[in-house]
Each structure stands twice: as C-alpha cells, then as structure tokens.
Design a binder for this molecule. Structure first.
Ligand SMILES: NC(=O)c1ccc[n+]([C@@H]2O[C@H](COP(=O)([O-])OP(=O)(O)OC[C@H]3O[C@@H](n4cnc5c(N)ncnc54)[C@H](OP(=O)(O)O)[C@@H]3O)[C@@H](O)[C@H]2O)c1
Length: 301
C-alpha cells in the first residue's frame, strides 16, 4: 500500500522548531532568555507525560522552563495568587496551566487570570476574542494553530475550500473554525462545524475538501464518509482496550486510518500528525511572547 499521501507532522514540526530555535538565539544575543512556566495541579498521569514532553522540547530549543507542581487539594485562590505573581514577573514570558484541573478549581477563572500577553495556550478571553475578530497579535490555541500550519506547509489549498470540522470543543473545534473562516489568504474557507446534535454528519463530511476530526470518538470517520481526494486531519486521541498491548490499551485517532488513507488526497498519521505540531506551536508562541514583551529578538511571525 502506498503511503505517499501522508502529512508528516513530525517533519513539519521540525521545520517550525528550527525557526523557533533561530528566534531564541536572536533573543539570547539581545540579552533575553525566553522563559516558560508550567503549572501542574495533582498527579494526572497524562498531564505528567504532556508536561514532561513540553519541558524536554523547550530545553532542546534553548527555552528555559520551570515546572511548579501543586498538590491535588490546592485551593483555587492559591493557584490564582501564583498566577498573579508570574504575571508580574518580567523574567517569565509564558505561563501554561496544564488541564485538566481538579474539579474544585474553575478552569475558566484560571485561564482568564493568566495575563493575555503570557497566555501561550491562547485560552484567555482576550486572545479568543482577537482570534474571532481576526485581529493579529493575539495567541492562537496550539492544536488548531498547528493544524493550520500543517495545511499551509503541505500545500493544501484552503482558500474557498469546503471544510468540515467535527467537534465544537473550545480547545480544538471552535478555534479551528475561527481560524479557517477568517478573511485571509491562508484561510477564506467555507466552514461547517458539526457536533453531537448535528444531523446528517456523514453527508456533511462527504462534501468536505478538508475534514478535521476533533471529537474524541475512536475511528469515527470511515471511508464512506470521505470524498476521494479530500485532505483528512485526525486530531483525536482515544484510548481503546487492547489486551495484546503492554499497557492493556492503545491510542487511536478519530479517523479509521486503514480505511480512509487509501482514498484520501492527504492524511495525517496518528500518532505523528497533529500531536508534534501542538508542541511546536506552543514553543513558537512562547518565543513570540518573549519578543512582544521585550521588544527584542527577530519577530518574523
Ligand atoms: N493531538 C493533540 O495535540 C490534541 C490536543 C487537544 C485535543 N486532542 C484530542 O482531540 C479530541 C477532541 O478534544 P476536545 O478537547 O475538543 O474535546 P471536547 O471538548 O470534549 O469536544 C468534543 C466534541 O465532539 C463532539 N462529538 C462527540 N461525539 C460526537 C459524535 N458522535 N458526532 C458528532 N460530534 C460529536 C462533541 O459534541 P457536543 O458539543 O454536542 O457534546 C464536542 O463538541 C480528543 O480526542 C482530544 O484528546 C488532541
């Protein structure tokens, strides 16, 4: 089976990292050491893995990172106080609070407390508003930002394309829709957003030139839901039981890759598609935050 229609997220993330590394070097030459602070509350195993991966990538690119781990029962007020301190600390350029947070902490309040200029996750209402308004200068959430970058760098025509986004989550689906419908030469798409109450989801999918699956439903997208030649982007990360696997489970996407890959024009593998781009965009956002805050370095994007 030919796999020459793969969108190689790892290779494209490497390109973005190389650009980020050059910007880090320019900042350092100007006396600024970009710094990113991670906050983790509790010991959620997936959060530990994600923060660890981000720490290692930051180190590779020359970005200083610090991680604060707070106990599971940390009062919300204590977390907010810590964020205010980091907001006021000029040596810190980006702040990331790893979700999910324990149930007694209001995530919206937390994301709204990180200063918009240090909100490299792009979750603050000011950054969400800037994205909706098509204003530059804000931070775009890393996963949909990474998907956009994948499309651009893979030469997928977005302007005028029919795009279907599956899932209206605040982290992926909604910002993805906002990015692709902007009046911009790299956007200008006609976007349909589907969710669990949408009728005729398969029919919408079959019309899509670009299909972005971000639902969290294992293998949801089947071959008969895709137009031959369409670009298919699989954002989903789902655990499915697998007694043959060492951990008793394996991770799969929202797209039935084996069935869809042969008919897709281009498709992301999963893993190795969207995931690496999410981290690449986080690092790029961090460096941009440092450039914006200090007025130094070599801002290119
Ligand atoms: N690769 C990465 O870096 C990365 C980053 C972030 C997230 N993810 C993955 O992306 C997926 C989505 O994440 P999220 O945070 O956006 O999830 P979310 O907030 O839970 O949103 C899921 C969306 O999917 C919709 N949905 C669920 N079942 C559906 C169905 N059968 N038909 C149509 N729509 C359906 C839901 O509809 P309703 O709104 O009607 O409930 C909801 O809008 C997850 O698998 C997550 O792990 C990956």
């Amino acid at each position: 089976m030919s796999l020459d229609n793969l969108i190689d997220g790892r290779a494209i993330a490497k390109e973005v990292h190389a650009e980020t590394e050059a910007r880090v070097a320019a900042l350092k030459a100007d006396g600024v050491e970009p710094c990113l602070v991670f906050i983790r509350v509790g010991e959620d195993p997936a959060s530990r893995v994600y923060v660890g991966m981000k720490e290692r990538t930051a180190a590779k690119l020359g970005i200083r990172s610090e991680t604060t781990v707070l106990p599971e029962d940390t009062p919300e007020a204590e977390l907010l106080e810590l964020l205010e301190k980091l907001n006021a600390d000029d040596s810190v350029h980006g702040v990331l609070v790893q979700a999910p947070l324990p149930g007694h902490i209001d995530e919206t309040k937390v994301f709204s407390t990180v200063s918009p200029g240090k909100d490299i996750d792009g979750f603050h209402p000011v950054n969400v508003g800037k994205l909706m308004l098509g204003e530059g200068g804000g931070f775009v959430p890393c996963t949909p930002g990474g998907v956009h970058e994948l499309l651009i760098r893979s030469g997928v025509p977005v302007e005028g394309a029919k795009v279907v986004v599956l899932g209206r989550g605040n982290i992926v689906g909604k910002p993805m829709t906002a990015i692709l419908c902007q009046k911009d030469k790299h956007a200008n798409a006609t976007v349909t957003l589907c969710h669990s109450r949408s009728r005729d989801v398969a029919e919408h999918c079959r019309r899509a030139d670009i299909l972005v699956a971000a639902m969290g439903v294992a293998d949801f997208v089947k071959a008969d839901m895709c137009k031959p030649g369409a670009t298919v982007i699989d954002v989903g990360v789902n655990r499915v039981d697998d007694t043959a696997a060492e951990k008793g489970y394996r991770l799969v996407g929202d797209v039935d890759f084996a069935a869809v890959q042969p008919i897709a024009g281009k498709i992301t593998p999963n893993p190795g598609g969207v995931g690496p781009m999410t981290i690449a965009m986080l690092m790029r956002n961090t460096v941009r935050a440092a450039e914006q805050q200090t007025g130094k370095g070599n801002p290119t994007i």
